[in-house]
Design a protein around this ligand. Structure first.
Ligand SMILES: NC(=O)c1ccc[n+]([C@@H]2O[C@H](COP(=O)([O-])OP(=O)(O)OC[C@H]3O[C@@H](n4cnc5c(N)ncnc54)[C@H](O)[C@@H]3O)[C@@H](O)[C@H]2O)c1
Length: 348
């Protein structure tokens, strides 16, 4: 008999709309959206009505009333520690949106709490699940360009991100913590762990509180070198928002991903081109579809791993390694010196 998992959505704000649509699509595979919760009653009610499920304004009340097998927490980071702790204590698997938490110490506290209760915990780090990034990973895994030696991962835009997410203008840490975190995760995904990094930040928009531009250079433990760039302050004619541009050189060739999710692979003197993006879905629209379709793949991964009792690729423990790069980048920007990312060692 097919195993189903009842999904409870927590937070029904701006980005959670994508989660809700994705869960709705995944119902056919056995991930059954069963309840929604937002502390804003109007948002909770609207999501419940739209997706035909009961709505709540309190996560505990939702868990008391509905048998939930996976909590999808898409609230902002300041609430993740409290909500993940409830999930751990009640033994309900939980996935929290990125950023994991506002500080490294809080991220560790969330992971430690889940370990104490032997609770399944993951972070919704969706960029690495996008169709284009899966296609890139496949080329690397097949060895088509040999061993990667150098890469540039670039996310540069002037798109008005503050319109949909006005709170970003007030964040104490901005572009590295908000979107750089995705690009740093991709660097790990493609090139492996990082030995040390340096970073320079800039604030180009005078109306915001924190940095909106970051340039990070990393030495990976493999010996490869990567440059990770992220900005909300670019003024570009052909703005690629929200796509990640990639150049990866290996000892046997190269891979370049350009706007429109066009991948160009060169190996043994031959060059191949391919469109590697996913199709538009009934609920996605340009230009957001790149990010939206990644939510569908991420949610599917979370559901399948919970169903099968296996950790997610982006488990809480894995995501600490990405978060350590964020922390190291801020420290490097402050000190103008190379920084080794922190390593978390579980308590005995
Ligand atoms: N992965 C991505 O590509 C991506 C893109 C955009 C945003 N995000 C992340 O998604 C998260 C949410 O961002 P957003 O822009 O949707 O924020 P938002 O403010 O629009 O939505 C958050 C919602 O959570 C609700 N909420 C807060 N505390 C709650 C609680 N204790 N119980 C129930 N509901 C609660 C709020 O009422 C609000 O409706 C952030 O962490 C953000 O970084 C990720």
């Amino acid at each position: 008999m097919r195993k189903t998992v009842a999904v409870g959505m927590v937070g029904c704000g701006f980005y959670a709309q994508n989660h809700l649509h994705a869960w709705s699509d995944l119902g056919a595979e056995g991930a059954v959206l069963s309840a929604v919760c937002d502390r804003d009653p109007a948002r909770a009610e609207a999501a419940g009505a739209k997706f035909g499920v009961p709505h709540f304004t309190d996560m505990n009340a939702m868990l008391d009333k509905v048998g939930i097998g996976l909590l999808d927490i898409a609230t902002r980071m300041d609430t993740h520690r409290e909500l993940a702790a409830i999930a751990a204590e009640r033994g309900v698997p939980a996935v929290v949106q990125k950023p994991f938490a506002p500080t490294w110490e809080e991220c560790i506290a969330i992971v430690e709490k889940a370990r104490k209760h032997q609770a399944w915990l993951a972070v919704h780090e969706n960029f690495r699940f996008a169709s284009a990034m899966r296609a890139v990973k496949k080329v690397l895994t097949q060895g088509t360009i040999g061993t990667p030696t150098w890469a540039r991962l670039s996310w540069r835009t002037g798109f008005d991100v503050y319109r949909g997410q006005p709170y970003l203008a007030e964040e104490e840490k901005l572009v590295i913590q908000d979107v750089g975190i995705h690009i740093l995760d991709l660097a790990r995904f493609f090139l492996g762990e990082v030995a040390h990094l340096s970073c320079e930040t800039q604030k180009r928009n005078p109306k915001i509180r924190a940095e909106d531009t970051a340039t990070i250079m990393m030495r990976h433990t493999s010996g490869a070198v990567s440059v990770v760039e992220a900005t909300y302050g670019a003024k570009r004619g052909d703005d690629p928002f929200p796509e990640t541009m990639l150049e990866i050189e290996g000892d046997g060739g190269s891979l370049i991903l350009t706007k429109g999710e066009k991948m160009t692979v060169t190996t043994q003197g031959l060059t191949f081109e391919d469109q590697v993006g996913g199709p538009l879905l009934h609920w996605t629209s340009r230009p957001w579809h790149v990010s939206q379709e990644a939510v569908l793949h991420t949610n599917r991964h979370m559901f399948e791993r919970v169903r099968d009792g296996r950790p997610a690729d982006t488990s809480g423990e894995d995501n600490l390694k990405t978060y350590a790069l964020v922390e190291a980048a801020y420290e490097a920007a402050r000190s103008h010196a190379a920084v080794k990312p922190a390593i978390w060692l579980p308590q005995a």
